[in-house]
Design a protein around this ligand. Sequence first.
Ligand code: MN
Length: 411
Amino acid sequence: MSDLDKAIAQLRACRPIPEPQVRELCHRARELLIEEGNVVTVTAPVTICGDIHGQFHDLMELFRVGGDVPDTNYLFMGESHSLLGDFVDRGFYSLESFLLLLCLKVRYPDRMTLIRGNHESRQITTVYGFYDECLRKYGSANVWRYCCDVFDYLALGAIVLGASNTLSPPSDVDNVEIEVCDQNGGLISRFPRQGRMPQLDNSSGDKTGPPGSGASGDSSGSVGNPAGAVLCVHGGLSPLIDTVDKIRLIDRKQEVPHEGAMCDLLWSDPDDIDGWGLSPRGAGFLFGADIVKVFNHRNDLSLIARAHQLVMEGFKEMFDASIVTVWSAPNYCYRCGNVAAVLELSEDSSGWGVFSRSNGDVGRSSGLMTGLEPDEVAPKSGPARRYRVFQAAPQDSRGMPAKKPVADYFL
Ligand SMILES: [Mn+2]
């Protein structure tokens, strides 16, 4: 067993690893992350996860419900994981949670995509618990410093390609676009494709192919994205960013700034407004359905998956399913009473596959949409989605400290 596998085993048991080993791990993680672009390309199948916030035992429950990261003893799990940030703060085990995710990233780099959240920042972790936790567990701030240096290298987003617009394993009812399952795989509810999404206008006529395949009456640049690409980001959009390519140009290797495009991506929230609005968080912006629909159309996206906001049901789709919030910390702060969810996108098997262009760009349209009015934007129905909803890990699986965390879950 390698040192890394030993560290994984130790962290899975919720025991911190020694400081020199953390230093080595963070160094290796940084070398890996520095090679990643600001927007990582991920190929379906993928399980998308939202905020964790140091709730270690619930992270273990997430892996049980959503599928574990491949162990060398297992054959092939087929799933990769994309975690949308806010790994730390508030919970009692931010350290063990983050280090385990980091170990898994180093051990299985293609199976784990870690995206930066607004809590992966020096300033925020100093206020909301992670700094104190490191100090308490190691007696110095060294480990906190190593981790913060890793935060600076985390990607800002991911693009999921090759997702299917049918469920896998298939639903036993035709035309189901969304299934919601409980933590044991039992069916809670399902939603058909028809009736949810408005039909495209007559110009798309009899074209019944999957959205983005070219047979849906859409732009031709999306072959290889049968269900349209999915953008993953922690917070949301920015008024300074109108294309995914502009995200790629940000100099991300720094502490999260107080304003600007990088800040907005980590802090913004969708809201029932027109256009842009000021955020009550004091960082990032609020953005409405019109903003999302124009952005998705321009960038050939069918869906934006983001985290950042507590949702009592674990997930929440908004704006004709053009954006979804995924929240993966059940009973947040050990007191909110919410359930959590992960979002599974399955692999397309229609034969279109995913191809890469020589410039590394993958199956995207030119983005040349001029004079576009929000009303003219026909939403893509997007990939079939299976949400797995789960509750907090059983009480007896956690060594629950007596002290309650500070009750401020606004950030
Ligand atoms: Mn957040």
